[in-house]
Write a protein that binds this ligand. Structure first.
Ligand code: TPP
Length: 530
């Protein structure tokens, strides 16, 4: 057995490789990105026959994994929590079709919104789809949970979700590596109707999924991830979920407390185990990283006040937990280890010096000062920082792709000029369909694709449309003479302002592609060459 020092994300990647995965599909998103990066590096270094490619978005990633599972092989699909909103159609329906080869969905939630628009809790989705969820408490468990999840998926013929959060994804720990097993052979689904969700088949499958629930709960009752840790306290106990267990154990050990703990790492909830455990105590602290989903269920409609947690303010309602928060909930006054000096104040993030988005925003600021009451719809990527000083030139960031369609909606309302700013990766992720809507209605919109030839925000992964953005726009029907390319450099300012102004004045769909390589990627490439 080897020992490795790995991030939670890397532990998952290695877990999948060792579990005999044949395909890993993903779209980048913090804090899940390093899973695919590790697999790709491993495949490159060890020539493993594993398909490991970035998909154009989370839905295509999920569907590719489902196709691989249909063919009988094991597939893993990885995304951040909001990515599951994009993949949710495929995800929910895959619980109705079921799977063939093991299919594991890894979804990384971001409580406290370190790099996200919200802190939604993916366990809701798992419950919604009625499939098992595994929530590891540490890196070793994450590594082992992947094999367990593949086996569970293959025995139940259902997708299995593995839910992690930022702190586990992005912290390192030593772990013991097991053996690498063989991949599955090709063995396509034999039941030719199972994956055809026509109403007649879907009803049969759905009823079967409902029937399976009893046995899925029974598996949870006996799961190695759901375990009681005895303690001597007679009236107080803790139920700790996922990484919450890590925080709880740290506090109990540090302060030498002997409070009984029920650790939950597999859902649906093991109802009998929870009842048997909590019946013995007057007060049970519920430690969930994320929404108080199960606290609410345990409290019940009339609010059983034995269960305490985020809903009654013992723990904060929002944001990430940590050992200090748990200590306070257990009425332990914790020491502040360090004072943050006055000089250290949070600073707003900034675009890099030399970033191509900067020049574009300089142009837009100059052009739009001529339009009273202007608004610019935008999207998610480095360019979102254009909402902050010194630019303050963009006015929306909702979900990937929304810039194009929101600009269209505003144009439909009569708002002029209706401008969208979107990055190249976001454009191929989910901007293209909105552009087709705009073309179909000949909406007066100006779509500016700020193409830095990479997915910069998440660390510079390959962008699906590089070198093909013009042909994509042509292909979806934008008139050729209203697809304009500019190179955002100081020396081109006059020409670029003229081009952008012409297209803003045009009463139809126009696309401006502002193309210059991300400064970080350019520097990295240069370093590799020297
Ligand atoms: C549905 C969803 N998936 C993934 C992400 C993570 N994410 C944020 S921005 C972004 C893409 C950024 O690339 P691009 O649009 O090319 O802009 P750049 O950062 O390169 O300027 C990604 C993958 C997200 N916020 N939402």
């Amino acid at each position: 057995m080897n020992t490795e020092l790995l991030l939670g994300d890397e532990a998952i990647a290695l877990g999948a490789i060792d579990a005999g995965v044949s395909g890993v599909y993903a779209y980048p998103g913090t804090p899940s990105t390093e899973i695919m990066e590790y697999v790709q590096e491993y495949v490159k270094n060890f020539q493993e026959p594993i398909q490991a490619s970035w998909s154009v978005n989370e839905k295509t990633a999920y569907e590719a994994a489902l196709g691989m599972s249909y063919a009988g092989k094991r597939a893993m699909v990885c995304m951040k929590h909001v990515g599951l909103n994009v993949a949710s159609d495929a995800f929910i329906n895959s619980a109705i079709t079921g799977v063939n080869g093991g299919l594991v969905l890894v979804v990384a939630d971001d409580p406290s919104m370190h790099s996200s628009q919200n802190e939604q809790d993916s366990r809701f989705y798992g419950k919604f789809a009625m499939i098992p969820i595994i929530e590891p408490a540490n890196q070793q468990e994450a590594y082992e949970a992947i094999k367990y999840a593949f086996d569970l998926s293959e025995s139940l013929k259902l997708p299995v979700m593995l839910r992690i959060t930022t702190r586990l994804a992005h912290s390192r720990s030593l772990l013991k590596r097991g053996h690498q097993r063989e991949q599955n052979p090709l063995n396509p689904e034999k039941n030719l109707r199972r994956f055809v969700l026509l109403p007649n088949n879907a009803r049969i499958n759905y009823n079967y999924l409902i029937e399976q629930q009893k046995s899925i709960i029974e598996i949870s009752e006996n799961s190695p991830f759901n375990k009681i840790f005895e303690g001597t306290h007679l009236s107080k106990a803790i139920i700790a979920f996922g990484i919450g267990f890590n925080y709880v154990i740290e506090v109990l050990q540090k302060y030498n407390l002997s409070i009984p703990v029920l650790k939950i790492g597999q859902y649906p909830l093991p109802e009998k185990k929870i009842k048997m455990f909590s019946d013995k105590y007057d007060s049970v602290l519920i430690v969930e990283e994320g929404y108080p989903i199960f606290e609410e269920i345990l409290k019940g409609f009339f609010g059983n006040d034995k269960f305490k947690g985020r809903l009654d303010g013992i723990l904060p309602r929002t944001g990430e937990l940590n050992p200090d928060i748990i200590s306070n909930a257990l009425s332990i006054k914790t020491k502040v280890y360090y004072e943050v000096p006055e000089i250290v104040r949070p600073r707003l993030p900034q675009l890099c010096q030399g970033c191509s988005h900067r020049d574009l925003f300089d142009y837009l600021k100059k052009i739009l000062s001529n339009y009273p009451n202007y608004r610019v719809f935008s999207d998610i990527g480095c360019y979102t920082l254009g909402a902050l000083p010194p630019y303050e030139i963009i006015h929306s960031c909702v979900d990937m792709g929304a810039s194009v369609t929101m600009a269209k909606g505003a144009a439909d309302a009569g708002f002029r000029p209706a401008i969208a700013v979107i990055g190249d990766s976001t454009f191929t992720h989910s901007g293209i369909t909105g552009l087709i809507d705009a073309v179909n209605d000949n909406s007066p919109v100006t779509i500016i694709i700020s193409d830095n030839r990479t997915t910069a925000m998440t660390g510079g992964q390959k962008s699906s449309g590089t070198d093909r953005i013009v042909s994509i726009c042509k292909g979806v029907g934008v008139e050729e003479n209203h697809i304009r390319k500019i190179e955002p450099l100081k020396k081109n300012e006059e020409l670029n302002i003229k081009i952008i102004t012409e297209e803003i004045e045009y009463n139809g769909v126009s696309v401006i592609i502002s193309e210059r390589e991300c400064i970080q990627t350019a520097v990295r490439k240069k370093r590799q060459q020297s």
